[in-house]
Write a protein that binds this ligand. Structure first.
Ligand code: PMP
Length: 528
């Protein structure tokens, strides 16, 4: 039961209790710009500076007046929100606008087709599901080619223009005296089921260590965090995780996992069997800036290695821009300045302007399978409300010759300067500052071997970053959180409306946390 109201706690009571322990179980009653207002003990509103930024969904600020107005107008006009299986001009406008911006950033003209969804994880699932449909269709083409190759070998043998050499018969265990036509039949009967068994293998995904791509049945298998992923491994195909910035590992994984089938050929009057590689890897998932993994920026170099590797093995690249994209780092796609070219892009969070729940998956024409449109949909996706709100978001991003992108860069640099200043003054407490634009992380040193008993106790809770966040909220009215999979890293993803006064407040708060840690006063951080 809730200690304040006496009512039973039924909406995730366990989580509520954890938040309570870290001093984070407050209620926010209003949101505006970069401020959330929590309800104080007397019912008063207490402003809190929001660096968690809806975990990256409110780049433009909470309750942006233009977005609120847009939403209100749609509702006031009685716009049909759900009109499935009709023309969706707003969805088409949104897709066109996304294309225009993506083309500008990538310097390409190839169309990207859009499939809409509701959440980030759902758009990731749409992307990998599409990639799997494409892979299965490519496998079907390959089966056709194998059958054709077998048929032309048979024709050559029947016409007496090719033989089945002894060495080949021996390789596949075809023994005894028989004519070439019989030997060929035996050979085909032997390799066809072998090929089928190989082609039937489950696909594999490639993803980066530390990566986060969602928590649904399939997407959670692409998320590296073991505690989220492992219990559900039985639900979906598996990923092989590539250590960050390690191109060697790419080759090793490919060598270990690659798949090949036997294909018949005829050359120089002889039938032969060669191995042909087939696509085992369904997709390579990559975040240009890892969010939940602790704010790690992908290097342009490693992005290039991934790109070359995937081109070599014909594996599509899915660029997950759910947290990093939509202008947060100064461009619509955080990956475009890295030179990374995705076969797929996934966008969500800020796409909905902090009001609509919406996401989109973009897939380039060369990989696109129109059949997907018939087998994939959601009741709620592609609705007029979300699409029109998302269009408004793009309009705001692009307004004034990209003022929001510039602000993300400029405010990002100001935020970074504050974090770097704290790191410079507290090297014993702060391990590293990382990030791009308005997506920054500050990693604290591991405190599990700290001299102070209470700081060690704090580290042993396994919720280190949450307690630091609780302290910042309680004492400094600053809201931040550790990243989901790296609890020593606090994340900072405020809106472009971040002010210098708000930055000062963060500066004071972080320096206080560092001083408390330096003093070994873990009890204070534990809220005692
Ligand atoms: N991918 C990335 C990179 C994310 O940061 C997130 C959410 N943190 C997701 C996917 C999943 O999005 P959602 O929570 O909307 O399912």
């Amino acid at each position: 039961t809730n200690s304040e109201t006496g009512a039973p706690e039924l909406a995730e009571p366990h989580l509520r209790q954890l938040l309570g322990a870290a001093g984070l179980a407050v209620e926010y009653v209003r949101a505006e710009g970069n401020t959330l207002y929590l309800r104080g003990e007397e019912g008063e509103e207490i402003p809190v500076t929001d660096f968690a930024g809806g975990y990256g969904s409110v780049l433009l600020g909470h309750s942006h007046p233009d977005i609120v107005r847009c939403a209100r107008e749609l509702l006031d006009a009685g716009t049909p929100v759900h009109a499935q299986f009709s023309r969706h001009p707003y969805a088409n406008r949104l897709a066109a606008e996304l294309n225009r911006i993506v083309h500008r950033e990538l310097g390409t003209e190839e169309p990207y087709f859009a499939i809409f969804a509701n959440t980030g994880a759902e758009a990731v699932e749409a992307a990998v599901k599409h990639a799997e449909m494409d892979r299965v269709m490519r496998l079907a083409d390959l089966r056709g080619e194998l059958a054709k190759a077998a048929a032309s070998a048979r024709a050559a043998v029947d016409a007496g223009t090719a033989t089945v050499p002894e060495r080949l018969r021996a390789r596949f265990g075809i023994v005894g005296a028989m004519d070439d036509a019989t030997a060929l039949r035996e050979l085909v009967a032997h390799v066809t089921p072998l090929n089928e068994a190989r082609l039937d293998r489950r696909p594999l995904f490639l993803a980066l260590e530390g990566g986060f791509h969602g928590k649904l049945g399939l997407s959670v298998q692409l998320t590296h965090n073991e505690s989220y992923r492992a219990p559900f491994r039985g639900l979906a195909a598996q990923a092989r995780f590539v250590p960050r910035e390690n191109p060697e590992a790419l080759r090793e994984i490919h060598e270990r996992e690659r798949g090949a089938v036997f294909a018949l050929t005829v050359s120089g009057g002889r039938v032969d069997v060669v191995e042909r590689e087939f696509p085992v890897f369904c997709a390579f998932l990559v975040e240009p800036v890892q969010g939940e993994g602790g704010i790690h920026v992908l290097s342009g170099e490693f992005a290039g290695e991934i790109q070359r590797f995937c081109a070599e093995i014909d594996c599509p690249v899915v660029v997950d821009e759910i947290q990093s994209g939509m202008g947060r780092t100064g461009t619509l796609l955080a990956s475009s300045p890295l030179g990374l070219r995705g076969d797929y892009y996934v966008l969500a969070k800020t796409l909905g302007g902090g009001i609509a729940k919406t996401s989109a998956m973009l897939v380039r024409q060369a990989r696109y399978r129109p059949e997907f449109e018939i087998v994939h949909s959601s009741t709620f996706a592609k609705d007029s409300f979300s699409c029109t709100v998302a269009l408004k978001v793009l309009e705001l991003l692009e307004a004034d010759d990209g003022a929001v992108y510039r602000a993300a860069r400029e405010r990002g640099a100001a935020l970074r300067a504050v974090l770097d200043g704290v790191a410079a003054d507290f090297p014993e407490q702060v391990r590293e500052v990382r990030g791009a634009g308005l997506m920054q992380g500050l990693e604290f040193h591991d405190q599990s071997a700290a001299a102070s008993d209470s700081v060690r106790e704090l580290a042993a809770t396994g919720l280190f970053g949450y307690f630091l966040a609780g302290h910042l909220l309680r004492e400094h009215r600053v809201r931040t959180f550790p990243t989901a999979s790296a609890l020593n890293t606090l994340r900072f993803e405020p809106s472009v409306r971040l002010s210098d006064v708000e930055l000062d407040r963060l500066d004071v708060g972080l320096r206080d946390v560092c001083r408390v840690l330096a003093a070994g006063d873990g009890a204070r951080l534990l809220g005692r």
